[in-house]
Design a protein. Structure first.
Length: 156
């Protein structure tokens, strides 16, 4: 029928079984990237679970923005990037809650930046950039380890 909006579940089921496997791989890959990042921050306020949830959540929102509204006509032009843009600001808000001031100065900046970057990895996984998301996760781990390395090489 003209004018009827197709249910998102029907669209997803019509998407095909091989595509479901691709979506599952994306979800698992985002969790793996979050796990790798969280391992290196587990001694801080945000650890494995936080990073896994951020990467997973941003992947899920990205997948929903890409596939969740297929076949639906709301009378406007759809912009799948809108939801990804909201991930950036939403996770930035979470990151702001991780930063606090103490007598030693600001604390939690690296963790907050890591959580924000983890959301970016989740979006990359969601759009299907598997290899790039893994390499980015490794680069973030390198950045996390950079402080320890510089403290060993250049002791104060």
């Amino acid at each position: 029928m003209l004018g009827m909006i197709e249910h998102p579940l029907n669209v997803l089921l019509d998407y095909g079984k091989s595509q479901h496997l691709d979506l599952l791989v994306r979800i698992l890959l985002s969790m793996l990237c979050g796990f790798v990042l969280g391992i290196y921050r587990s001694h801080k306020a945000s650890g494995v679970r936080t990073f896994m949830l951020v990467t997973l959540g941003s992947t899920l929102f990205t997948l929903v923005s890409i596939y969740g509204f297929m076949g639906q006509n709301f009378g406007t032009v759809g912009d799948t990037a809108r939801l990804a843009a909201q991930i950036v600001s939403g996770v930035g808000f979470i990151g702001a809650g991780l930063i606090w001031k103490s007598e030693d100065g600001l604390r939690g900046l690296t963790t907050a930046a890591g959580v924000w970057a983890a959301a970016g990895i989740g979006v990359m996984v969601g759009v299907g950039w598997h290899l790039l998301s893994l390499l980015t996760a490794l680069l973030i781990v390198f950045i996390f380890e950079l402080k320890r390395f510089t403290e060993r090489v250049f002791p104060q």
